[in-house]
Design a binder for this molecule. Sequence first.
Ligand code: BGC
Length: 554
Amino acid sequence: MWHMLLKIALLSLALEQSSRCGAASTYNNPSSNARHFPSDFMWGVGSSSYQIEGGWNADDKGESIWDYLTHNNREKIVDQSNGDISADSYHQWRRDVQMVRELHVTSYRFSLSWPRIMPGGYMNHVSTAGIKYYSNLIDELLKYNITPMVTMYHWDLPQRLQELGGWTNPEIIPLFKDYARLVLEMYGDRVKLWTTINEPWHVCEHGYGVDYMAPSYNFPGIPAYLCGHNLLKAHAEVVHMYREQFQQRQGGRIGITVDTSWPEPKNPDSAEDREASERAMQFYIGWFAHPIFSKHGNYPKVMIERIRNMSKQQGFGSRSRLPEFTPEEIHRIKGTSDFFGINSYTSNLVTPNGHNNTGKFPIPSFNHDMGVVESQADVDWPGSGSVWLKVYPKGMYNLLMWIHREYNGPEMIITENGVSDRGGLEDYARVDYINLYLSAVLDAIEDGANVKGYITWSLMDSYEWKAGYTEKFGLYHVDFSSPERTRTPKISARVFGNICKTNTIDWSFRPKLNEEQLVASARLPAEEAAENGGARLKWSLALLLSVVLAWIHC
Ligand code: BGC
């Protein structure tokens, strides 16, 4: 109770404070008047196959790299869990669509599981049950006028293909194209919004460079670049195929989703830190976006030069660890996206990595090649349920404006943005996060960024990769101990629903738990209820700090 009182007191303090501060402090300012989005703005909510579906071996589904990792290396997952059942969307998809409707969004972004559709990764075996599952989901969404936004690949590669080297083997290019052709044939009559691949940087660097995401190669500095090279070519081939064989008839659009945290210069007055920030953007975003969205295509110059020079110094001879595109390939990849999909959650402070590296990064490695040190140690940004995720909405503004400038004002869709906690239904921290980040998005729109849509992450609590079920990103709570995986809206679901319905950020809308939520809340597992209280306390203290800082600043 006392932390509720503390929070109310803090909020009123913040409200009062904000009326004294100018517009510059919008991001600390919960009292901004209601702000409106353009009337054609696309609102959505997202999920991904491995994270929610379960049914890991239902019907004739094949094994994915995440099934393999979680079954064979349980110790790599924080709570040693897996996505075998997860939120059981393989059976609960009708309820999922009902939730999507309750949120008043116009779009639902979900991904297809390649091994559910082609169990071994090859077209010799197509699963009728797998095809039917997504077909039903798409039909159900369309019945309620919700646009399906379908991601072809969100990290669950068929394990058999991994055994061939996965994305590091150029054979993946025709294989991905076969899979894409099949899904375009099966669903393209009804799906009008496609993305090929979710977050290439994560697929390549976190899958192959470090021991983070499946397949967990932990082989720095070499395979991630091979992965990126093949991935870009595979993406481009699919887009060309779509444009040549499907687009005219089906009338949809296709793109890619890249991701980054915003690299904020540690010292904004330092030219080196500003350069480090720019270099980080070129390595994180430019690696994949430059070949597709820039005027001349190819990898960013700074990446080509740094990796070539370092490869030479490191004894790799004249062949850079970053593969080279031929002029024909550069041309073929350029322009292969109808929009710029961007995922972003947080920011880091960045500074250059000194020449001697002082043992910070393995040599060679992506991080050493980039030469940037990132940290969140010296910031007062509020935290979340994930160590890596701190709340700094200005970072979203900076990121959108950077993309706007760098790639000549592309149409952008924010395909993921959201925040984690450790559980519970009273997720006011998520409400604040959404309001704050959306305010930053609106600021960018007002300053010229061509942002056409916002898809929040995520529809429901789900399997958070290596964090297992310990970190929750959902607008809907999922009771993972109930056989039917009961879903209950959190406070944020009602607030986000209101935003989507009214096209407006309304800071004054902070509903209390209703009857359904109170009943569900009373049934929360003890650890989650406790975490919820803890999270509220942490958020209150963070808010107190930001109010004090805003006060000093004014
Ligand atoms: C991924 C999601 C993930 C989210 C939060 C994104 O990078 O696309 O699958 O749940 O981050 O970690």
